[in-house]
Ligand binder design. Structure first.
Ligand SMILES: [Zn+2]
Ligand SMILES: [Zn+2]
Length: 274
């Protein structure tokens, strides 16, 4: 009971076009933009041949699970094609090496993880939120390699159930933290999952990382054109960037906007004295 579909390839060409324009506009961001484009193109090749998972759960079961505060996705529901995942890990590691994001030993260690028999166990641990500090950049590599599969499963879930009533700080589909957000024209804030890119509504000013809701300890900065904002939480020191839909003429580009806004990360670092 499964078929193929090409639905999740749709946003990527726009992300790539925006990243190419960024590299022209701001040459200092060109290496980061080019690295991101290489990663997107690698993942795209796999996306074209993904199988759509068949999920047994009914809309009622999924809604009940959300009402209990439980994210919907179980690791075993994700249809990993392990040969493709292993190839992806190798290709992603090679790209990171080309852009000097890992050294020669680092890329070998990543290749070894991609070849090892225990890769599914590694991936399961990563999915449950256990970091892998023993191999440099492994968490990032697993994220890129897992994302097409996670995203496809999350899409299927979203066709069956709405996340409108969720309003928790972590993803209703895969339980991960957000790492970007969108402010809607109505001023509502949607968090964007760092793994599966699902979006869900969350209190407009609260910190999703520590739950702090004291506005006096949450500062906000915007880019000069007002298109992007960043809110910084003083108690936990973490921050979240946003595309402000009240000022932006285009929707969020989930692969491009985190790179477009790298100067905001730098501004936060300066502010925090790092
Ligand atoms: Zn997610
Ligand atoms: Zn916080």
């Amino acid at each position: 009971m499964s078929g193929t579909s090409s639905s999740s390839t749709r946003v990527l060409p726009r992300d790539i076009a925006e990243l190419k324009a960024l590299a022209e506009r701001q040459p200092e961001l060109a290496p980061a933009a080019e690295l991101q484009i290489s990663l997107i193109e690698t993942v795209r090749r796999v996306q074209g041949r993904l199988t759509t998972p068949w999920l047994e759960s009914t809309a009622e079961e999924l809604t009940a699970r959300l009402a209990k505060g439980q994210a919907l996705l179980d690791f075993d529901q994700i249809l990993f094609e392990w040969n493709d995942v292993r190839l992806l890990i190798r290709q992603i590691a090679d790209i990171l090496r080309r852009y000097d994001a890992v050294d020669a030993d680092g890329v070998l260690a990543l290749h070894n993880v991609g070849r090892a028999a225990d890769l599914p166990d590694r991936m399961r641990a990563w999915f449950s939120g256990t970091p892998s500090p023993d191999v440099e950049m492994l968490d990032e590599v697993l994220l890129w390699a897992a994302r097409p599969y996670l995203q496809r499963t999350a899409e299927v879930l979203q066709q069956r159930v709405t996340f409108d009533t969720w309003r928790r700080p972590t993803c209703p589909a895969c339980a991960a933290e957000p790492d970007f957000s969108v402010i809607t024209p109505a001023g509502e804030r949607l968090l964007v999952c760092s793994r599966c890119l699902v979006r869900w509504a969350f209190a407009a000013t609260d910190c999703p990382y520590c739950g702090n809701s004291d506005r006096a300890t949450i500062t906000s900065m915007a880019t000069s054109d007002g298109m992007y904002r960043v809110t910084i939480c003083q108690p936990c020191g973490r921050y979240l960037k946003a595309l402000d839909g009240r000022k932006s003429s285009r929707p969020l580009l989930p692969y491009a906007d985190p790179i477009v806004t790298l100067p905001l990360d730098a501004a936060v670092m300066r502010r925090q004295g790092k």
